[in-house]
Design a protein around this ligand. Structure first.
Ligand SMILES: [Zn+2]
Length: 308
């Protein structure tokens, strides 16, 4: 078979989303299955979704020309090793090696957020080769693509901006610091704080109570700082937002654009940075993480080699 069939699987804590891209990056098949926990469970999940997708295409899993996985945790892309994927019950796993016998093509693994940044670049247009994907879900982190390539850093920790501490008197963070950006915006801290005051994230913009207004202003100001930080750090053409908190708080994006423009009105530096103008919205429901996983699978720079 000479046809390009790039398999990508985004492995989430409860479900795994697999799809297949052709040579023109068209999605040929698309499947979601429940995620099994532990390294062996993840292996069986990937094999299951691959078999289902192959059947949809009238092919066999041996016909996939590349295989890429996106997975939470610290990922050594060159070695195909995943560490501290806590929600999946994985402390450390040589996941690429574990799956090597299940496919003809080599298996490549990347952190799920970094994969999503690659996928976002494709979804927003082939010309988007410089972008930052900011994810606000349980936690807060960013992933950058520069010149079409992921920025990983020497410890694969590039973009962990959630643990930038901005308030010495702020809430304690699981990382050991206080007042991290994540303690303001991350769902792990945000959800109990809102619940304690009887507030709802979805309706925070129309709640007239002072406690709601204070919380709303804090979220908007902190997100404006996050976006300004990534604009200064990476100077990417496009910044895009994703994650459960962003999806739930539909008022947050326009509110933060207003805040960024208000800050820029007082600062020639921020006017030149034009952070609000860099914000791009992904089409609703775009499977950027699974698309990105398929792109990870194709990356020739990721092939394990003796040099590493
Ligand atoms: Zn922290």
């Amino acid at each position: 078979m000479s046809e390009t069939l790039s398999l990508g699987v985004d492995i989430g804590g409860t479900k795994a989303h697999g799809l297949v891209l052709d040579a023109t990056d068209r999605v040929l098949a698309d499947r979601i299955v429940p995620t099994r926990l532990t390294a062996d469970g993840v292996r069986r999940t990937v094999v299951e979704v691959a078999a289902a997708l192959a059947a949809d295409l009238g092919a066999s899993p041996a016909g996939f020309t590349s295989v890429g996985l996106g997975i939470p945790g610290l990922v050594d892309h060159n070695r195909g090793v995943v560490e501290t994927a806590v929600n999946l019950g994985i402390a450390r796993s040589e996941l690429a090696g574990l799956l090597a016998g299940d496919f003809t093509a080599g298996v490549r693994v990347e952190n799920d957020l970094k994969a999503a940044a690659l996928g976002a670049g494709l979804v927003l247009g082939q010309t988007v080769r410089d972008l930052v994907y900011v994810n606000i879900g349980t936690g807060l982190a960013a992933a950058a693509v520069s010149g079409g390539r992921l920025v990983r850093g020497v410890r694969n920790a590039a973009g962990e901006i959630g643990h930038l501490a901005i308030d010495p008197a702020g809430e304690p963070c699981a990382c050991g610091q206080r007042g991290c950006l994540e303690t303001v915006l991350g769902g792990l801290y945000l959800a109990p704080r809102l619940a304690a005051h009887g507030l709802e994230l979805e309706r925070l913009d129309s709640d007239p109570r002072p406690v709601a207004i204070a919380e709303r202003e804090r979220l908007v100001a902190t997100l404006a700082t996050v976006l300004t930080t990534v604009a200064i750090a990476y100077d990417s053409a496009v910044i895009t937002l994703g994650g459960g908190v962003v999806r739930a708080a539909r008022w947050l994006r326009p509110a933060v654009c207003d805040e960024l423009r208000r800050r820029a009105a007082d600062s020639p530096f921020l006017t030149g940075l034009a952070v609000a103008d860099r914000l791009a919205e992904l089409p609703e429901g775009s499977p950027v993480a699974a698309i990105g996983a398929a792109l990870v699978g194709r990356d020739p720079a990721a092939v394990p080699s003796k040099e590493h």
